[in-house]
Structure formats: structure tokens, C-alpha cells
Write a protein of this length. Structure first.
Length: 85
């Protein structure tokens, strides 16, 4: 089974979406969420989920860069969910 840990964190213009968590922790909130979820459920696959990233645009570029930074830091992101509805 899996968890959608990060969901729609990036705005359409490619910036980090303004939320309570991003306002207080910046991008680090995603790292914290993925690591805490892995600690709580070590066998689950952890996903980042978003819309508007199935084609190249500022948002998809930002999501790719964000996920690459997380992976480079050893954050346990196992996959990407691409919303297409």
C-alpha cells in the first residue's frame, strides 16, 4: 500500500504554494512529512501528488527540481502521482 504524503505543494507559476506549513517551515515541511511517514510506516510507498505536471511548464519544472532536491537529501520519495482529471 502507499501514502500520498505531499500533495499539490507547488503553485501553477512554479512557486511553493502558500500554506500554513510552507509559511512556517518552507520547503522543509515536505522533508519532515516524508521522513515522519517513513518512520511511522516503513513498508509503505510514499508519493508526491500534483496536477498540471504531465507536460513541460514552469510548474512541472519546479516539481521535478523539488523532488530532485529531496531525493538528493535522502528523503524517501518513492513515486509521483500525476493527476489528470
Amino acid at each position: 500500500y502507499d501514502w500520498d504524503v505531499g500533495n499539490e505543494a507547488v503553485a501553477d507559476d512554479g512557486s511553493l504554494r502558500s500554506t500554513f506549513w510552507s509559511e512556517h517551515l518552507g520547503e522543509a515541511y515536505l522533508e519532515t512529512a516524508f521522513r515522519a511517514t517513513r518512520d511511522a510506516d516503513p513498508s509503505a510507498e510514499l508519493f508526491y501528488n500534483d496536477y498540471g505536471i504531465a507536460w513541460l511548464n514552469p510548474k512541472s519544472d519546479s516539481v521535478y527540481a523539488l523532488l530532485q532536491r529531496l531525493l538528493d537529501q535522502g528523503v524517501p520519495v518513492d513515486g509521483i502521482g500525476i493527476q489528470s482529471h
